[in-house]
Design a protein around this ligand. Structure first.
Ligand SMILES: NC(=O)c1ccc[n+]([C@@H]2O[C@H](COP(=O)([O-])OP(=O)(O)OC[C@H]3O[C@@H](n4cnc5c(N)ncnc54)[C@H](OP(=O)(O)O)[C@@H]3O)[C@@H](O)[C@H]2O)c1
Length: 333
């Protein structure tokens, strides 16, 4: 079969070994797979798969079950499924642990299903389960038009909360507002005006002086102090990435005075039990929202898998809104 491998720092659609179905595993004939920023890092050798996992790039896919291993009880050949995997998704066949395979929410196409797995797993796990965002609280997420941002807007509303997102320019802020962001901040503008406090001041202003209860942060070092300033007493900050770096020198005093909680997490290196229980929660608590029309996939582009380099370039350039999806077997709808 074919799959995407990192060769000389480039993603290449090439011949790879066919996965063989094993006990407890589901072999998926892949119709489509989502593209994630982690894929860009892996291609450059910076985010390897956990030991023993597939070297093939890709963390999420959707398609039909081709075969199931001994002991698999929830799925049968022909079922339409999507999966959250630590690697191996962008290939003609993907082998996934049964616990991380989910039924496609009713009404969604395979392409749509491939676009929702990784961002919803990340946002729901960190915002709803770890940080406990509650009704009427405020959430802050940077990049409201990103895969994570567009998901967080919908997740905040499912939880009855309000969300502030940021964007690098007014057009992106307007797009995030159109997608339902309650408030938006042009981060370049506020940081030009006041590099040290501009972001925190803007957050205070747009939340009517309330501040934010939860921050889902993938920026890291450069915003740390302003994030601490913007959090309400009892606030929670979850780190899921460090686009601006991961080393800081700062005072810990506000953590005590404001009773703040700092959380960090990655999905990919979690053990199977944790990833499996998260997938069960997605199926029970989030997928019905897609069926009711309260949540929707946000897809920027759908490209054939042979155009993987274009897809990666789009993500690097950052003008996308939502997710980029690759089609692998276009006959699977
Ligand atoms: N830990 C985990 O388990 C996990 C799982 C999934 C994703 N992630 C991480 O989450 C991040 C977002 O993922 P994604 O798929 O949504 O990626 P994405 O679509 O590429 O989005 C990145 C966003 O970051 C924003 N951004 C960049 N620099 C910024 C800055 N200085 N200030 C404010 N915003 C800035 C960009 O907004 P503008 O274009 O407006 O600048 C862009 O929308 C990535 O770093 C990814 O690695 C972590």
């Amino acid at each position: 079969m074919k799959g995407i491998l990192a060769i000389d720092d480039r993603p290449v659609w090439t011949d790879v070994t066919n996965p063989v179905v094993q006990p407890g595993k589901v072999l998926i004939r892949v119709g489509a797979a989502g593209v994630n920023r982690a894929d860009l890092l892996q291609v450059r050798g910076m985010y390897p798969p956990p030991p023993g996992e597939s070297e093939i790039i890709g963390l999420e896919c959707a398609g039909v079950v081709d075969a199931v291993g001994d002991g698999v009880t929830r799925f049968s050949p022909g079922d339409r499924v999507c999966a959250l995997v630590p690697g191996g998704a962008i290939a003609e066949y993907c082998l996934a642990d049964e616990q991380t395979v989910m039924t496609i929410p009713g009404g969604l196409s395979v392409v749509e299903a491939a676009s929702i797995v990784e961002t919803w797993a990340t946002v729901w796990d960190n915002v709803a389960l770890r940080a406990g965002l509650a009704q009427d609280q405020w959430l802050l997420v940077h990049g409201g038009t990103s895969g994570i941002g567009s998901t967080a807007i919908q997740a905040a509303h499912l939880l009855g909360a309000k969300i502030v997102t940021t964007g690098s320019n007014d057009d992106k802020c307007a797009t995030a507002t159109a997608m339902g962001s309650d408030q938006t901040i042009n981060y370049n503008q506020v940081l030009i005006d006041d590099p040290e406090h501009g972001l925190a001041t803007a957050i205070s202003r747009v939340t009517g002086g309330h501040g934010v209860d939860v921050i889902l942060d993938h920026i890291g070092a450069s915003y740390y102090d302003q994030h601490i300033e913007a959090l309400r007493p009892g606030g929670r900050m979850v780190f899921i990435g460090f686009l601006s770096g991961h080393k800081i020198q700062t005072s810990l005093v506000p953590l005590l005075m404001k009773r703040l909680t700092l959380i960090g997490s990655t999905l990919r290196n979690r053990n199977l039990d944790e990833r499996g229980s998260l997938c069960l929660i997605l199926e029970s608590d989030v997928w019905p929202a897609f069926e009711r029309g309260e949540a929707k996939p946000v897809i920027h582009a759908v490209l054939p898998v042979t155009e993987i380099e274009t897809a990666h370039q789009m993500l690097r350039e950052g003008s996308h809104v939502g997710k980029i999806v690759l089609t692998i077997d276009g006959t699977i709808a």
